[in-house]
Design a binder for this molecule. Sequence first.
Ligand SMILES: C[S@@+](CC[C@H](N)C(=O)[O-])C[C@H]1O[C@@H](n2cnc3c(N)ncnc32)[C@H](O)[C@@H]1O
Length: 220
Amino acid sequence: MIRTSELAAYAIPRLSRDFCNGLVGHLRMLSSLGADSVGVEVNPLFQALYSQPDDQGTVQGGSGVGGHLKLLLGKFPADAELAEAVGGGYDLFISKNVLKRGYIHPAKKVDPRMTIQLGVDDKVYVQAMHSMLNCGGLAIIYNICPAMAKQDDPYIPWADGRCPFDRTLLEDAGFEVLAYDQDDSLAIHEFWMTLNLNRGQDRAALGKTIFATYTLIRKR
Ligand SMILES: C[S@@+](CC[C@H](N)C(=O)[O-])C[C@H]1O[C@@H](n2cnc3c(N)ncnc32)[C@H](O)[C@@H]1O
């Protein structure tokens, strides 16, 4: 089993990309370790948030190491111009809290504003992930979720953190599946306790309210 904490140790990327980056702290961290990072986000608010001269570009790390950070706006890979700007040659693709089965393929009818429209079908999306990676490059789909709604309560799309893409689709596209819907809840509880994100909840309470799962694939 590959744990996420180990991932950072062996997969410090030369070139990484985060799909729907939202806030960019994690990309800055990767860049400070030498990565050339590209964030993609569909919400123009994030472009406005990171519009100061130092927000993008060279990121200096601790001991002379440094990388680069670039943010792009649009829907990947549906927007052809954006897809071209993203390009290829990546070592790592990260999706956190975006590619959730509940967002992409909700099990119940929900307000479309509570879902994510990729703008292409699963096959095209998975092929685009595959094309942008170098051989041996990794893609991680990591999702942190609340508990699923009780049977008669309204469906919560973001509570279904399973991979939206079927395992066979990933394999047929040319990925080796290293982990599929692997439970990582204990690691996330540890992380939250360490960073004080638990809002007073102890491990037992977190165990009932916070769940994490990841899928890790490698381009053959
Ligand atoms: C739940 S947030 C996760 C943000 C960040 N990755 C995190 O973990 O904090 C989902 C993000 O996906 C973005 N998003 C939704 N649909 C998108 C799409 N089709 N293409 C790119 N980004 C999209 C939203 O604007 C939002 O910032």
